[in-house]
Design a protein around this ligand. Structure first.
Ligand code: HEC
Ligand code: HEC
Ligand code: HEC
Ligand code: HEC
Ligand code: HEC
Length: 310
């Protein structure tokens, strides 16, 4: 009797194992494979969704600045990266024709028609939707189809750091938050989907000075950020270099330069840039200020401020 029970039990187990795929199909949520809005993914991936909502990727279509510069969405060549269907390495994406207001959403970066599954960095057990491990997700190449100029600049620097290692800082967390399912899954590294623009630090620049009768020369080298500063070639982000001249502790004059990508004036990685300032009056001290303005921000932010005596 006992033997028979064991045989029947093992039989059932074997059947279940051999038809694992079919059994877990009952947990599949079909609409996830039909390119839903990002909100739908939040049912389980709450944390990542909240991060993404703070990102510029979620605003890429509704951005006032974009709306205006694409002439109310009439410039067709502008649209595809701002509401992509599916992404590919190095290739400009195709434009999608549904819920464009979602901008660059979860499925545009993760769902592939070819495998009808969510592509991502891990080998996971995800019954609600099939997943495919895809090593491109841990490489800068995944960003290259849209951030084309920045990717080219980065590639030239031979940097070992990927776009994700700086712009998607990671932390051990659960990939899903839905009760009770999250109890079944262990923590993994979750890469922050708010993709912050970041800001350079003082140590990212090497600075030296030279002076002659008419000019003060400032030599600035970007030694910390492995792409141009600014790198964005849309929306006119800017860097400012200000010099204030002093004599006996009193300000005598000011001069400044605006650095932008458009004019090909950017701070290129590891390349020293000479900026000359006209000297109007005698001075014995200067203050140097470097700041930046992102394309969609009203105000600039200070990166560094330093004094130098002469
Ligand atoms: C009903 C719950 C549920 C919903 C809704 C859901 N997922 Fe998942 N997803 C999971 C589970 C479970 C995992 C695996 C978690 C783990 O292993 O820690 C997963 C893993 C993933 C992964 C990782 C894949 C890999 O190979 O690294 C991606 C990417 C992903 N989901 C994208 C999405 C997207 C995009 C949506 C919305 C269209 C979505 N998911 C909606 C449950 C869900
Ligand atoms: C489908 C195209 C696309 C892909 C793929 C993409 N991006 Fe973006 N990214 C954009 C667009 C468009 C914006 C600008 C959105 C806006 O502000 O309107 C943007 C904005 C950003 C910003 C913010 C810049 C700022 O000035 O605040 C960062 C940082 C960024 N992306 C990093 C990444 C990283 C890292 C990857 C790869 C993991 C990536 N992006 C993949 C299109 C893309
Ligand atoms: C190849 C993909 C791609 C195309 C095509 C594209 N963009 Fe963008 N756009 C981006 C990326 C990536 C960013 C993020 C910043 C950067 O690198 O320029 C961005 C950022 C922007 C921004 C600044 C962010 C904001 O919302 O304020 C504006 C404005 C913008 N794009 C307008 C346009 C216009 C206008 C066109 C057409 C002339 C266009 N874009 C075509 C990828 C693209
Ligand atoms: C070593 C870290 C690091 C790596 C690697 C890196 N970045 Fe950046 N990135 C930064 C920092 C720091 C800033 C802020 C610069 C500033 O404005 O002061 C920045 C700014 C940006 C900006 C927006 C502001 C601007 O300058 O126009 C975009 C877009 C961007 N990076 C995209 C990328 C992409 C795409 C990659 C990969 C090809 C990448 N970054 C690789 C550190 C990094
Ligand atoms: C701009 C493209 C982009 C968008 C938009 C995007 N992701 Fe991701 N996602 C990535 C990349 C790249 C990684 C891998 C990061 C790494 O491992 O270096 C990733 C990783 C993941 C993972 C695995 C855990 C992790 O952080 O590595 C999950 C789950 C996931 N994404 C879900 C989502 C969901 C849900 C949304 C929408 C709310 C979303 N993603 C939007 C590019 C994107």
């Amino acid at each position: 009797m006992k033997k028979l029970r064991i045989i029947i039990f093992s039989g059932i187990c074997l059947f279940l194992l051999s038809s694992c795929d079919r059994v877990f199909k009952i947990f599949e949520e079909k609409d996830l494979l039909e390119r839903p809005k990002a909100e739908r993914c939040a049912d389980c991936h709450q944390l990542i969704y909240e991060q993404w909502r703070k990102s510029r990727h979620s605003k890429s279509w509704v951005s006032e600045h974009f709306k205006k510069s694409s002439e109310n969405y009439s410039k067709v060549k502008c649209l595809s990266c701002h509401a992509p269907y599916e992404i590919d390495v190095l290739e400009k994406p195709e434009l999608r024709d549904f819920h464009r207001e979602d901008g660059i959403n979860c499925v545009s970066c993760h769902f592939k028609d070819e495998t009808k599954s969510m592509h991502g960095p891990y080998d996971v057990f995800s019954p609600p939707h099939p997943s495919t491990q895809d090593k491109n997700y841990i490489k800068s190449e995944i960003c290259s189809g849209c951030h084309q100029e920045t990717y080219k600049q980065w590639k030239k620097t031979n940097s070992k750091e990927t776009c994700q290692s700086c712009h998607m800082p990671h932390k051990k967390e659960k990939l899903i938050q839905k009760f009770p399912f999250y109890l079944l899954h262990s923590k993994k590294e979750v890469y922050n989907h708010s993709t912050p623009a970041l800001i350079s630090k003082e140590k990212d620049f090497e600075i030296r000075f030279k002076k002659d009768e008419d000019n003060l020369f400032v030599y600035i080298k970007n030694i910390g950020v492995p792409h141009n500063l600014p790198t964005a070639d849309q929306g006119k982000p800017k860097f400012y270099v200000d010099v204030i001249f002093y004599k006996n502790g009193k300000e005598v004059s000011k001069d400044f330069q605006t650095i932008s990508f458009k004019n090909d004036e950017a701070f290129i990685f590891n390349k020293e840039k000479e900026i000359s300032f006209f000297v109007f009056e005698e001075f014995d001290k200067i203050k140097l200020i470097i700041s930046r303005k992102l394309s969609y921000e009203k105000n600039s932010e200070k990166i560094l401020e330093m004094e130098k005596k002469f």
